[in-house]
Design a protein around this ligand. Structure first.
Ligand SMILES: Cc1ncc(COP(=O)(O)O)c(C=O)c1O
Length: 380
């Protein structure tokens, strides 16, 4: 395509140090940029379940769920998710992005609801905000007082409050109880994207909500993804019978999209089983989080993380890229996060820990960051 604006806008990205390029990670690096928090990728039982299901069901579902793509494997996964997460009904999507954008698009297009998003909500939740600017607003991060102020404005619309269980770039937890309390006091429903909480939080990895609610209330919807701690692919929305029926009938992202493969559904079910039974993975992850923070130089600023996602603040784009490149020379892969993913001036190294890491690797990374980032700080 030869449009002038393509080149202009790409050049603008380059000049700001925000250009993105896909690359295959070099071999031999210790990976601190993956969301495989529980170290389940390549787990032999999950791989074997996947292989057997490929033989049974084939490689693809070859159709949307409402046509012929839905199998007993999908049904089993849905019921397993409802039992695990205390929900009434569940709907599967091929990605977390399509679950989020589908959910909000479906409600917003009715013209009868408004959504109040936490300011730090993931891009997939905010993707419809630009189409419905009058129906969407953002409240201050984890701030129930700011939320209450906005909910107090008189409106005929039904309100949905949207938050994350664990925020993907800072690693802090969503103020679920506080926000839920405010939302329900104003007859608003709550939607929690738990992409980074599922598998990681809770005795059996149930994520951010089950410590709050034994059974998911009618006015709470839980969105979980499979591509991170569960190490497969796809997502699910868990909510009330009526909501799931509504989505099944009105959500274009569900109706007009090929269902996830049955083999992927089988592998996800196996992964959930392991996640429920192997609490040692979460305990180890917790220990590694402490170890990493303890070994990081005190002059470095880190995000207020309580999870395996830890942001080391590096401020500007160039510096962040330089430090990430230097860490590769030390044998570590860490992601360099820049705007628009985070606000300008708050660039960071996003370190993600996994129970597959060993203590020496974690201490080694902390030492390498200390050496490279503190030196860079002095140069600046
Ligand atoms: C908070 C959050 N929600 C949703 C998604 C999208 O999930 P998926 O990768 O399955 O599309 C991500 C992915 O990074 C995420 O961090």
């Amino acid at each position: 395509m030869k449009f002038k604006f393509l080149e202009q806008q790409l050049t603008a990205k380059r000049l700001k140090g925000q250009y993105r390029k896909v690359a295959i990670p070099a071999e031999g690096l210790v990976n601190f940029a993956s969301n495989d928090y529980l170290g389940l990728n390549r787990h032999p039982e999950i791989v074997s379940a996947f292989q057997q299901a490929l033989t049974e069901y084939g490689t693809g579902s070859c159709s949307a769920s409402l046509i012929s793509g839905y199998t007993p494997a999908h049904r089993y996964l849905e019921s397993q998710l409802c039992d695990w997460l205390g929900g009434e009904r569940c709907l599967l999507f091929s990605s977390g992005y399509s679950a989020n954008s589908g959910f909000f698009n479906t409600l917003l297009k009715t013209g009868q609801s408004q959504v109040l998003f936490d300011r730090l909500s993931h891009a997939s939740m905010l993707s419809n905000m630009f189409h419905y600017p009058k129906l969407c607003s953002r409240f201050k991060h984890n701030n129930s007082a700011d939320l209450a102020k906005r909910l107090n404005k008189p409106s005929e619309l039904s309100s949905i409050v949207a938050i994350e269980g664990v925020y993907s770039m800072d690693g802090d937890k969503g103020a679920v109880a506080d926000i839920y309390h405010q939302a329900s006091a104003h007859q608003a429903a709550l939607y929690v994207d738990d992409a980074h909480g599922i598998g990681v939080l809770g005795e059996q990895g149930q994520g951010s909500l089950l410590s709050q609610f034994k059974q998911l209330p009618d006015d709470v919807t839980h969105m979980v993804t499979f591509g991170k701690a569960l190490a497969t692919q796809g997502a699910a929305i868990i909510g009330s019978e009526e909501l799931i029926e509504f989505m099944t009938n009105y959500c274009s992202e569900y109706i007009f999209s090929t269902a996830m493969s049955a083999a992927n559904a089988v592998a996800t079910s196996k992964s959930i089983e392991i996640c429920q039974n192997e609490n040692w993975r979460r305990e180890k992850l917790n220990e590694l989080q402490h170890l990493f923070k303890e070994n990081l130089a005190s002059e470095l600023e880190i995000t207020e993380s309580e999870t395996p996602i830890i942001g080391v603040i590096t401020n500007d784009e160039e510096r962040t890229l330089t430090i990430a490149a230097r860490l590769k020379e030390h044998g570590f892969l860490v992601s360099a996060i820049r705007p628009p993913t985070v606000e300008s001036g708050r660039c960071r190294l996003r370190v993600t820990l996994s129970s597959s890491h060993n203590p020496n690797e974690v201490i080694g990374l902390a030492n390498a960051i200390n050496e490279v980032a503190v030196m860079e700080q002095q140069v600046c």
